[in-house]
Design a protein around this ligand. Structure first.
Ligand SMILES: C[S@@+](CC[C@H](N)C(=O)[O-])C[C@H]1O[C@@H](n2cnc3c(N)ncnc32)[C@H](O)[C@@H]1O
Length: 262
């Protein structure tokens, strides 16, 4: 992991700070509930959650985790794996692993999930080949990510930067064509949401928690947010998030297939 990324995800602190802004000020329910509805498999499934972070998907949906599932949580960061283990205990198996070189036998999972992590992986084709290898033929792969314009108003608060580069690396618009050589039945579903933030400090804390923040002076950002709250009652922020789902092709059915966007 590049040094900056390693520092960013050494523990779950930065990620939790960002998730708390979404929890407190999102206008449309909870992202992780919506995601769970799309990613949850049938009974008895062997599940790999790659780049699991502190296991938020499973914690938020704790009551809905089927007792028959075999759950493996993997992440490149040992700190994240510790945080996940602390929360879920013996309900899952935990592995420190790199998406580009997975320590699992071929066809060992019925479903693989990679939420908001593929844009961090330097050699994505290598990771896709690995994800496909560890899935059974016909097995489902789900990758949540952001789309263009996600948090644009927040990004614009940092001087000299107005777009989050990861959206071009692997986003809702740029991910499907990268997956086409490896997976079939590619489908994109979008989650309709936005932020209406009524306090200044959580916005500044979010900016400080990101890996793109390099200690810039946030005085002008503070004034912009204060003015928006005074004028409109809230600082309104665009969200563009969703999930790309696909399948490992069955033998003899070819690799790629048409992409469906919802
Ligand atoms: C933005 S967090 C997402 C966490 C969680 N999936 C979620 O949606 O809340 C990205 C996670 O990917 C992990 N990660 C980054 N590069 C990775 C790689 N090459 N292999 C496995 N995990 C990686 C990071 O350590 C971090 O926990």
């Amino acid at each position: 992991m590049a040094e900056r990324l390693q520092e960013q995800y050494a523990t779950d602190r930065n990620l939790r700070s960002r998730i708390s802004l979404h929890d407190a000020y999102s206008v449309n329910g909870h992202w992780f509930d919506w995601l769970f509805d799309r990613e949850a498999p049938g009974p008895g499934a062997r599940i790999l959650d790659l780049g699991c972070g502190p296991a938020t998907l499973w914690l938020v949906n704790r009551e809905r985790v089927d007792a028959s599932w075999s759950l493996t949580l993997a992440d490149l960061s040992a700190g994240m794996i510790e945080a996940a283990r602390h929360e879920l205990g013996d309900r899952a198996t935990y592995v420190v692993a790199d998406a580009q070189e997975l320590p699992f036998p071929a066809a060992s999972f019925d479903i693989v999930i990679a939420n908001h992590m593929l844009y961090h992986v330097p050699d994505r084709p290598r990771a896709f080949a690995e994800l496909r290898r560890v899935l059974v033929p016909g097995g489902a792969f789900h990758a949540s990510t952001n789309g263009r314009g996600h948090l644009a108003e927040l990004a614009a608060l940092i001087p000299g930067q107005n777009e989050w580069s990861y959206v071009e690396a692997f986003g809702l618009e740029t991910g499907p064509q990268q997956l086409e050589p490896f997976f079939a039945e590619i489908r994109v579903e979008r989650f309709d949401d936005a932020l209406a933030v009524t306090e200044v400090e959580p916005v500044l804390a979010y900016i400080r928690s990101t890996s793109r923040y390099r200690g810039e002076d946030l005085t002008s950002a503070r004034k912009t947010v204060e003015a928006a709250i005074a004028r409109d009652g809230a600082f309104h922020v665009t969200k563009s998030q969703g999930v790309i789902s696909c399948r490992r092709p069955q033998p003899g059915t070819g690799d790629g297939a048409a992409t469906i966007r919802v």
